[in-house]
Design a protein around this ligand. Structure first.
Ligand SMILES: NC(=O)c1ccc[n+]([C@@H]2O[C@H](COP(=O)([O-])OP(=O)(O)OC[C@H]3O[C@@H](n4cnc5c(N)ncnc54)[C@H](O)[C@@H]3O)[C@@H](O)[C@H]2O)c1
Length: 266
């Protein structure tokens, strides 16, 4: 099936690590021009080089903190200056640190809101006027099953991801008339496969609570809750994102798709 992504322009936020990296490379394989909006220059450089090798007609690292509105506006301007359009936006940046709500620090709670929710709002605000003017586009937001379920030790993260799902639906309603589709993909636990896939700013880096998911006993425990009895690869999440970003999903908007081996069914 031709997904119609050849020569389309796609922005992937946080494209330097794990899921974002897989999304960037999957879009490159489809022949899209990819802009990686990344705070981690080194990881961003690595993935854009690889994207070109894998078939992207052009790939660009745009160093950017997506929690900063002005930087996001400037990043989108750079994409428009180079390629004249933005057909696809993938809001992938997110961050978590697991702990009970009452034990969370104000600093971390604010960081969670900035990285998981404000980043998505900022990028949608910057890109939507151009998509409307151009006659359409596709936005794929990366949510989480935590946003559908409300996960233990992930209260603020769950709230933000629930917000991303609601934002997805609201924007789909408001801008569908301009042929802008907005969908959300909710990965289950998706552990980076190799060291090379983990950026320096990744929540999987170091001895974090999130990184503990990669420990074999923890992995086993999570797998038991998944009907497919295994965890996703980042590439499996990327496939769902590429589909929703593509013409193959031309009549799909406002939807939330879990890629979590059946962990949630709703
Ligand atoms: N991996 C999982 O198990 C899992 C599960 C459910 C949902 N998710 C969601 O999927 C998305 C990707 O997760 P991941 O595991 O690949 O994360 P990751 O931490 O490995 O990668 C995040 C990327 O975002 C970049 N980044 C961080 N702050 C930034 C900023 N301010 N501006 C620009 N770039 C910034 C980092 O440099 C990194 O490359 C997130 O939204 C996450 O919440 C992940």
């Amino acid at each position: 099936m031709d997904l119609g992504l050849r020569d389309k322009v796609a922005i992937v936020t946080g494209g330097g690590s794990n899921i974002g990296r897989a999304i960037t490379l999957a879009l490159a394989e489809e022949g899209a021009k990819v802009a990686v909006a990344e705070i981690d220059r080194e990881a961003g450089e690595r993935v854009t080089t690889l994207a070109r090798e894998m078939g992207a007609p052009d790939a660009l690292l745009l160093p950017c903190d997506v929690t900063d509105r002005e930087q996001v506006e400037a990043m989108v301007k750079q994409v428009l200056a180079r390629w004249g359009a933005v057909h696809v936006l993938v809001n992938n940046v997110g961050w978590d640190r697991l702990c009970l709500f009452l034990e969370d620090s104000w600093e971390d709670m604010e960081k969670k809101v900035r990285l998981n929710l404000w980043s998505v709002i900022n990028c949608c605000r910057a890109v939507l006027p151009h998509m409307i003017e151009a006659g359409g586009g596709a936005i794929v937001n990366i949510g989480s099953d935590a946003g559908r379920m409300g996960e233990y030790r992930e209260a603020v993260y769950s709230a933000c991801k629930g917000g991303v799902i609601a934002l997805t639906k609201a924007l789909a309603r408001e801008y569908g008339r301009y042929n802008v589709r907005v969908n959300c993909v909710c990965p289950g636990v998706t552990i980076p496969q190799t060291e090379e896939e983990v950026g320096s700013y990744s929540m999987w880096r170091g001895a974090t609570e999130v990184a503990r998911f990669a420990a074999p006993e923890m992995r086993e425990r999570i797998i038991r809750a998944y009907p497919l009895r295994r965890l996703a690869t980042p590439q499996e999440v990327a496939k769902a994102v590429v589909f929703l970003a593509s013409d193959a999903a031309s009549f799909i908007t406002g939807q939330t798709l879990s890629v979590s081996g059946g962990y949630t069914m709703m």
